[in-house]
Design a protein around this ligand. Structure first.
Ligand code: ATP
Ligand code: MG
Length: 346
């Protein structure tokens, strides 16, 4: 067994945000100085491998000639004599390594070739995969496919931690509960839940009453939604609540399991209040800046228009300083306009 902590990221239904979360978590840990490997086990959807493809400016071939992808390993049932390749292709992606699920991003695969015959075979394949992965990693994270099958069962069995990502809607809740019950039958590995795309619909009490080990909420964020996979995604993510909420969830996990591997949660907050920003999470960052600035102009403009110069003294004690106030608004205006103009074209 590898000495790395193995984390399996799963969800009851598809699209809850496993791949995005795996990539951002790996990058948070990588930037903190930990050595992280992500394995893309979702060989058909291959979201993480697609991220690598875009990162490499749409280079189709993702693995080195003499090295293996996850799919190749599955097809050979873990027997490296078949292909003659004995090592996985560890590809650098920002601050962490990735093993791509496929050799070429557009590869078409046969379901029967990939899937193990039963849980036992799946365990053997994943266990020998873990043994083959380069030593020296602090964390190995599996980006798994949604739902349950032999592979999910095996990765859960062989991991140190399973992270189940759910959304706030009822379908997500029931599929997540069912998956967790299923996994609990397979192995006694700790399972933690994390709510993603949170809009504040479900209260923390509800989660507690379901008796689940809960790490926290990662809010829905319009910028994250719009930029996932694009060239400016990583620039954007560092400014969002998404990243700080995920860092907080990780720190919860780290302290619950006494991993002693905390990460920093700080981020630059352009608005000043995290609570206000949470309310504005459905609006993109660009629009939020415009919103706050427009609000300032509206209040000042209306006060001046209705009450005259005296109206402005509500904001500024001494009459006569409204000129300085106008100057402040003017300068903020210049900065906001420059910010929007100079930001890379979307
Ligand atoms: N917190 C969030 N706020 C807004 N959008 C999000 C958030 N998290 C994920 N998304 C969006 O949800 C979509 C699905 O994300 P992702 O591909 O990571 O999910 P997944 O669980 O890996 O899906 P699959 O089951 O297909 O593997 C993406 O468009 C992503 O940008
Ligand atoms: Mg995915």
């Amino acid at each position: 067994m590898s000495s790395a902590k193995v984390i399996n990221v799963v969800s009851g239904k598809g699209g809850t945000g496993k791949t995005l979360l795996t990539a951002v978590l790996a990058d948070i840990l990588g930037n903190e100085g930990y050595s992280v490997l992500v394995v893309d086990l979702d060989v058909f959807v291959r979201g993480l491998t697609s991220l690598l493809y875009f990162h490499r400016k749409e280079t189709i071939q993702l693995t080195q000639e003499d090295k293996m992808s996850v799919a190749e390993y599955f097809i050979d049932k873990g027997d490296v004599e078949v292909s003659g390749k004995s090592k996985f292709s560890n590809e650098r992606y920002r601050s962490f390594d990735v093993i791509p699920s496929v050799t070429r991003v557009d590869e078409v695969l046969n379901f029967k070739d990939i899937m193990p015959d039963d849980k036992q075979e799946a365990r053997e394949i994943i266990s020998s995969m873990l043994k083959r992965l380069d030593k020296g990693y602090d964390f190995i994270i599996f980006d798994s496919r949604a739902g349950y099958d032999e592979l999910i069962s095996a990765t859960h069995f062989l991991s140190d931690i399973t992270l189940c990502i759910e959304e706030e809607d009822d379908i997500s809740k029931i599929t997540s509960d069912n998956l967790v019950k299923q996994l609990e039958q397979d192995a006694n590995v700790p399972i933690f839940r994390l709510t993603n795309k949170a809009r504040g619909i479900r209260s923390e009490n509800d989660l507690a009453s379901r008796g689940i080990d809960y790490l926290g909420k990662v809010p829905f964020d319009m910028d994250v939604m719009e930029s996932f996979g694009t060239a400016y995604f990583w620039d954007d993510i560092s400014r969002t609540l998404y990243k700080s909420a995920l860092a907080r969830a990780w720190n919860n996990l780290s302290s619950k399991l006494q991993l002693n591997k905390p990460v920093t949660e700080n981020r630059i907050n352009l608005i000043g209040s995290e609570r206000l920003e949470e309310r504005l999470q459905f609006i993109s960052l660009k629009d939020r800046v415009v919103f706050v600035y427009s609000l300032m102009i509206t209040i000042i403009g209306l006060s001046y228009g209705i009450f005259g110069a005296k109206g402005l003294s509500v904001f500024w004690n001494e009459f006569g300083t409204s000129q300085s106030l106008a100057l402040v608004i003017g300068i903020s205006g210049v900065f906001s306009s420059m910010y929007l103009l100079l930001k890379r074209k979307r």
